[in-house]
Design a protein around this ligand. Structure first.
Ligand code: ACK
Length: 218
């Protein structure tokens, strides 16, 4: 009936606890500030502006998208394919409302999005939809969880779904053996440039973000 149809959320995911959200936002802010000051970044500035000489303020460029989380399944209130099946999985029911730690292994940015890569544990992968990667990149063969991320910001007019797609593009390049152009070691770890305005800061010590697995209704 209509009640059942409205009982599915906009999406399921892990929601970072508020104090860690603050920590991650400030980490990202420092990263943007550092990146913007690097000669290597200035050299590739036209990736962002379309013009070589134009300045860019990265903090302005990426708009905050609200509560920090790692989406597992977009249900769109039941309209998305497979959402009912997902919600009814035993693992999803069992873990609903439980806390775990998300391992953040890198910060990445493209002209479109800014995000943190999440390395899921075996246990967390039980909540990961089997087709998440295939749905976005049907021709690639990427390990489950490759798309897992926290969106930290999007350029004007860009939807948050793009962050995971940008990450998949980076993971695909890495799978093909590209390590990017090693630019320099920052405090948090090595910075690499993958072309077309795509930057990855691998974290020396991956951050562990306490997060609650639940859902968002909007
Ligand atoms: O930043 P995100 O992971 O990207 O969090 C939001 C959340 O769902 C609510 O919009 C994500 N999202 C949007 N569309 C999709 C999709 N088709 N597949 C997976 N995640 C999606 C978006």
């Amino acid at each position: 009936g209509p009640l059942e149809e409205t009982s599915l959320p906009l999406f399921f995911g892990w929601f970072l606890c508020p104090s860690f959200q603050e920590k991650l936002r400030s980490m990202a802010k420092d990263f943007l500030k550092t990146l913007q000051g690097l000669e290597a970044f200035k050299k590739h500035l036209s990736d962002f502006t379309g013009e070589a000489e134009k300045e860019v303020d990265l903090e302005q460029h990426f708009q905050d998208k609200g509560m920090l989380h790692c989406t597992t399944k977009l249900c769109d209130y039941g309209k998305a394919e497979g959402s009912k099946e997902y919600a009814e999985q035993q693992a999803v029911k069992d873990r609903y409302g439980s806390m775990s730690e998300l391992k953040l292994s890198a910060l990445f940015l493209t002209p479109r999005t800014l995000g943190a890569r999440v390395s899921l544990t075996e246990d967390q992968l039980q909540l990961w939809p089997a087709d998440a990667e295939k749905e976005a990149m049907p021709d690639a063969d990427l390990p489950p969880g490759s798309r897992a991320h926290v969106t930290l910001g999007c350029a004007e007019g860009v939807e948050p779904v793009q962050t995971g797609l940008d990450l998949l593009e980076l993971v695909l390049l890495q799978q093909q053996g590209q390590e990017g152009e090693q630019v320099q070691d920052l405090d948090l770890g090595p910075l690499a440039y993958y072309g077309k305005g795509m930057w990855v800061l691998s974290l020396h010590e991956s951050s562990l973000a306490p997060a609650c697995f639940c859902s968002y209704y909007g």
